[in-house]
Design a protein. Sequence first.
Length: 497
Amino acid sequence: MTRLRIALVSLAVALSLFAPAVARPTEVQAANDEVATVFAFDFSGSIFCLKANKPYQPCTAINVDLANAVEALAGRISDSSGTFADRAMTFKVTVFGSEGSFKVVEADGQRCVGNTSTKADLLVKCLAEVANAYRDKSNQMGGTGYAQTFDELNFSSTVRCGLILFTDGKPDQKSAAELEAEKTTCAVLPVATGEIDDTTKIWLKDDFTQEELVAVANCSDKILWDEVYFTDAVSAAVAIQTALEEIACLASIPPYACKTVDELVEILRNEKLQVRVEPGVIGSEFPVDFKLPGATVGRDEELVIESSTATRPESCPDEPSPTPSTTPSPPPPPPIRLPCIATFPSIQWLGCNLWVLALLALAIILRLVWIGLDLQVSVNGKPNVGLRGGRMIGFNIQDAGSGAAAIRTPNPTIAQVKVSRAFFRFLPGTVIDRTALNLGPTAKGNRFRFSLGEKVELKPGVVAVFSYGNPSGKPSASPVAGSRVSSPEQKPRNKAL
């Protein structure tokens, strides 16, 4: 878009070499000044809720709110008339409606065209005239022709100029207005309020707005005009003032109530304003006789804070003094419990993991219970003989081959057949030791593991079957004191164990 502007300006300059000179009206002779602003106020019927001079609904008229807001804007410029006079800004105040209705405003018999160096008061009167015109519905001007407002942007390409176009956002002939905006070398800053649709908001911001400006000292060559729509008339008037200040390289003093000198300096520098603090001014005190918030100043102006006072301004609320708390003190926090840290494997690690100790204890108990279970044996189908329980038990075989039953031996160390149960699983579990039978080498050896319930050959012709239980009954033919035997028909207990 910038390249298009440059090309069009170059073409215009080239054509002007072959065109006859045209005398310009006196009112625009200030076009060679450094800064120029054109105000264009929308007086279309929609602002007054009029269509063909007749009210229509639904519609909310905003003309009275606009009148009040523009009048307030005139007051703010009046308060800073000296600054505007120093800036020497060329201005034009215009109104528009339907195509061909555009005109320059008149106030006190003067056209609203001039320079603030000598006519700052005229600018104020012209804005007040616009405010009064908004209050009268008979001043409505029909449609909304944006393109015609560019007729007054007849400034030199070296002038930092801008068009502030206020509207309720219902433009006629968007394409023509967009083309005019692209051709001009001035910034185009729309300010919209009222009942405006989203499509128009996007068009105003992305296609109609032009942010480039001729650079001057302490001012950028581009305005960041991100907001084009404002919800109420007051906000719109503030936006008009902001646009005017940006074009004229001015700024408003931001609010600084109850701020110290140091805080005020930081606020001003954040707004990219120049500020100097006189010697003797104390940063922690409050500024005295500084410019009021909202006052307009030049960006090239050096703002000076000349004095300060330790007395807090009367308009500022007193700082609350601390009061003793009647709330009871909260209970002390619980002691911090550090995590139990230890390296595995170690005694400390077991202390940190008590659940492991619990599992080990359970395993030991179960193993002891298993070792303590009673066993019983039947030899060659003879009645079961109870061997009791324990880690080692035993019995003798006398004439088992001739049909005699086994006899339990109270002392396992002298028994012919010994049954031992190891405590640890990795050792042989339930083992038969028949070394005392003096059988010599056998297929399984004299010491071997076996399973309960299976037939185990103790010696040739002698087969034993072991199971859980300790049957009581009639004693065997040659019982050992303290032993118990079962009758042939008695079944062993806890076979399933």
